[in-house]
Design a protein around this ligand. Sequence first.
Ligand SMILES: O=C1O[C@H]([C@@H](O)CO)C(O)=C1O
Length: 554
Amino acid sequence: EKVRHYKFDVEYIFKKVDCLEHVVMGINGQFPGPTIRAEAGDTLDIALTNKLDTEGTVIHWHGIRMKGTPWADGTASISQCAINPGETFHYRFKVDKAGTYFYHGHFGMQRSAGLYGSLIVDLPEGQKEPFHYDEEFNLLLSDWWHTSVHEQEVGLSSIPFRWIGEPQTLLINGRGQFDCSLGAKFMSTGIPQCNFKGGEECAPQILHVLPNKTYRIRIASITALASLNFAISNHKLVVVEADSNYVQPFVVDDIDIYSGESYSILLTTGQNPNQNYWVSVGVRGRKPNTTQALTILNYQTISASVYPITPLPETPLWNDFERSKAFTKKIVALMGTPQPPKYSNKRIFLLNTQNRVNGYIKWSINNVSLSLPPTPYLGAIKFNLKGAFDQRPSPATFPDDYDITIPPKNPNSTIGNGVYMFEKGEVVDVILQNANALSANASEIHPWHLHGHDFWVLGYGEGKFKEEDTKKFNLKNPPYRNTVVIFPYGWTALRFKADNPGAWAFHCHIEPHLHMGMGVVFAEAVQNVKRIPAEALACGLTGKFLINKNRGHY
Ligand SMILES: O=C1O[C@H]([C@@H](O)CO)C(O)=C1O
């Protein structure tokens, strides 16, 4: 159990992310940021310096539960103040469980601007995974736009509304090809063939393998918008891990992965070693308008520049939601995973709707669209600063007669910043209820991510949740995850234990949707939180409180 020290300098850099040069957020001059590698039980100590000239920043350590260090969760206005230009913030927290994690910006839409990287936690020396593999790869998937994030943000909060549209390019480990494709000669789209000489910063990373070995491929999706499908031609994939928890292994031809999720798959290199094979990432869930990302699986018996002769993997139809559900429902926990409490103490319903507020398009939860306050909740609640946010309890349900199959009858909702308060140890069920968006016959996929916890996914269903649906809850081997989707016009039920004092974001992981208000804040036994570093509190009402408390008036 070591303390591992890192220095992260956040700044904008020029980079040919998808062969065209743009400005992207970098860490220590790199995009994606450096991969952090640690062992379970280690403490990470990351000194993050904001080298941006004109904006604040924070980094969220996605999937790490932050037990005892809720102030290190890296969510601006929730767990800490945004770090000002020139300032350094120290993230110090324990990584208590092995798995495939990542980190990313959590202020404004900085994740969309490229502020992200991988965080891999290995088992401590001597402990073994419940599966065997010889080597591993790590693939961080993302999507990329040519319009700047600032332009995107202004568009989303303008009248008329300007949607960001589909991504220009899909990236694998921060590399994509916009104006060409490796597989162009096998496509009917007319896109030109890529011609790499070698060494280009946008050239795909080849996966070099040896025959008859088993590889663990870690795959994480940090997309701003896209739901993805991953496949390797001629190879089966064995899913063994989801969101840093083991699952009962199952075999598939391809996997769906939503923003905020991670998987490990095992790949056996048992195919003809005198060929190369395609690795493909394509868009699902929304009508695609982005070329599939490709790289090559190269058995080192031949050159990586020999074209695969197997057909390009075809991404399954974007709107074949039955197929998506079939994949999702295959995921169950491996024996030995923590099991859910048999009963819950509380149930809350969260209705997801698209609305208007004063003519602006927003997303709302039980008719409230989240707009974060200037004082971080963690300090505001701890010091009982009542002016920091709306003190009325947030709505825990929605009207019985709400028709989820049509656009909202009254599309007007309100802006809010209230919280859901939980007592220490309470077992909470959350029913995420999807509905029709503003236009008719439209209901979208939303991947919901909870900070500070893993939760049990008790079930999925069609239409409006009914009391008798609780009878079908999986209490035996529900997947234990930190991110879960709601399918169009459906519901998803999850259970978690409020055993981690802190203020935690729970939100749609689609970056523009969060920006448009699609999230809530859970506060758990904040009175039990100890030793919040002053640097997390030096803004808003907590900042004033500290000045008055320690020095009186000036
Ligand atoms: O939030 C969104 O806005 C657009 C559309 O609903 C309105 O233009 C879209 O596809 C979203 O996901």
